[in-house]
Design a protein around this ligand. Structure first.
Ligand SMILES: [Zn+2]
Ligand SMILES: [Zn+2]
Length: 257
């Protein structure tokens, strides 16, 4: 099994040692893991997280990728994308997780967000995602598609009225040959679902046949690495998806589940 969205101590909001991450991955018999620390491109937002020194970060994970036996250790980066920044490329990395962590002009997405109309909030978020994604082309996976659910009061799902817009996102991903992540960080807490939600995964599979899906724990502590990867694989199999994907040197590789 695999987990492509793991944070290490290079992210300001994680303290996991890479050795502990590898040890936990071995314990769960994961075959492939990817470190993807934060690199928010929009520095003006107050909650922007980014690795301090990208070269030092790269060197460090490159060392582990060359010296880790049994497990395929990948060099990733969670690139925080916005419509307000330029594109970003760095082909030293195996892949990116592309994540939209905010809306232009909205200061923070943390704590609990109370809005009058959550449908409008999601719509603005997806519009921002569409605009931001246009600028990026390197191989990777769209992170936590319905991210506002973590923060919106009442944890509402994306309403069906926005499924057409989601299909625009799926079409754009297909055009750009960028995959999608199933983020498991909330499967045991707050709203007990994946990101995208199970309903949205079904929409994605319906629209694309289950193209280029990966699984990510978004673990900010070593013990959460790969925690729900097997469960998601079972869920995907029920939807007749038989393979998930990872990227090595920017090339997509199949992994049978
Ligand atoms: Zn994220
Ligand atoms: Zn993350």
């Amino acid at each position: 099994m695999l987990d492509l969205h793991i944070h290490s101590f290079f992210s300001p909001d994680s303290s996991s040692k890479i050795e502990d991450i590898i040890q936990n991955a071995r314990h769960l018999d994961l075959k492939i893991i990817g470190i993807a620390d934060h690199y928010d491109l929009e520095e003006r937002i107050p909650y922007a997280y980014r690795v301090k020194n990208i070269d030092e970060y790269f060197k460090s994970i490159d060392f582990y990728s060359k010296n880790t036996d049994e497990i395929i250790f990948l060099k990733g980066l969670e690139v925080g994308i916005q419509s307000t920044v330029d594109g970003f490329e760095d082909d030293r990395f195996d892949y990116f997780i592309y994540s939209v962590h905010g809306l232009p002009g909205v200061e923070d997405m943390s704590g609990e967000i109370i809005v009058e109309n959550y449908e409008k909030f999601y719509e603005e978020y997806f519009d921002e995602m569409l605009k931001a994604l246009e600028k990026f082309n390197q191989a990777g996976f769209l992170g936590h598609l319905d991210y506002p659910r973590r923060y919106l009061k009442g944890k509402p799902e994306v309403p069906e009225s926005l499924y057409r817009k989601l299909n625009d996102i799926f079409t754009l991903l297909k055009e750009k040959n960028i995959g999608i992540e199933i983020n498991t960080s909330n499967m045991d807490r707050i709203f007990f679902d994946t990101l995208p939600s199970y309903k949205l995964i079904k929409e994605y599979v319906k629209a694309t046949g289950g193209k280029l899906i990966t699984i990510g724990s978004d673990a900010h502590s070593a013990e959460r690495v790969g925690k729900f990867s097997y469960k998601v694989a079972e869920m995907l199999k029920e939807l007749r998806v038989k393979t998930v994907y990872y990227c090595k040197n920017g090339e997509y590789q199949e992994f049978m589940i």
